[in-house]
Design a protein around this ligand. Structure first.
Ligand code: DC
Length: 219
């Protein structure tokens, strides 16, 4: 059996890990898993069914039964294109709340592992290195200062034509960081065997190049 190749990239909200992970996947011809999208989809599906984000049992049932398709850059929930809907700030906040529930995390575990295939996988999230893919051949913890992350998120929203308030974005990012770090199950933290990539002063291409260099030189 061929060895399964996995690159795990973890980091806080708006650190740029999605852009870097997708760039690395493109360069290597690997598949890409945006694990945060699964938490966002769970939050959206719960909202659509009027189930509160802190109702662990019901939200876990929803997570286990998610009818999701990833087609290129588009994401479908029960056949509806929700690519933009899951990026709303409110759904990001809901995702952070449902992600703190152990039964929800357990319900999504196998679904994430099922993304590993013959061609290799780049997976990004919070617990890719620690929980989902502990035997990944390369683990990266990608971060940037809260100020830079808030600026990046601000520019993204403006580019999408949405209203954005830098102070509110910064406050929300800090609250989400705190919730992701403080939760008891699979908290956001750098795994002992993960390499730190501080991207505050790097372009996306420079960060992608660094991950590729680590991948080429892995033992
Ligand atoms: O990466 P993101 O902003 O799309 O993630 C949305 C939320 O999901 C975030 O607040 C933390 C949570 N998350 C998680 O707990 N574990 C993951 N592997 C990915 C995301």
């Amino acid at each position: 059996m061929s060895q399964e190749l996995v690159i795990a990239i973890d980091g806080p909200s708006a650190s740029g890990k999605g852009t870097v992970a997708q760039g690395v996947a493109r360069e290597l011809g690997f598949a890409y898993l945006d694990s945060g999208a699964l938490y966002r989809l769970t939050a959206l599906a719960a909202q659509l069914k009027n189930i509160a984000w802190d109702n662990e049992v019901e939200v876990a049932v929803i997570a286990a039964a998610l009818d999701v398709e990833f087609i290129g850059e588009q994401i479908y929930l029960s056949g509806d294109d929700v690519t933009l809907a899951i990026r709303a700030e409110e759904i990001g906040s809901g995702a952070s709340q449902v992600a703190a529930l152990p039964q929800v995390r357990a319900a999504l575990l196998q679904r994430q592992r099922a993304f590993v295939g013959e061609q290799g996988l780049v997976a990004d999230g919070r617990d890719m290195a620690s929980v989902v893919f502990p035997s990944a051949q390369l683990k990266v913890f990608l971060t940037a200062s809260a100020e830079i992350r808030a600026e990046r998120r601000f520019k993204q929203l403006i580019a999408r034509g949405e209203l954005a308030d830098l102070a509110a974005i910064t406050a929300d990012l800090l609250a989400r960081d705190e919730r992701d770090r403080a939760r008891t199950v699979a908290p956001l933290e750098q795994a002992a065997d993960a390499l730190l990539l501080e991207t505050s002063s790097l372009t996306a291409n420079e960060a992608i190049a660094q991950v590729l260099a680590w991948w080429q030189s892995r033992a």
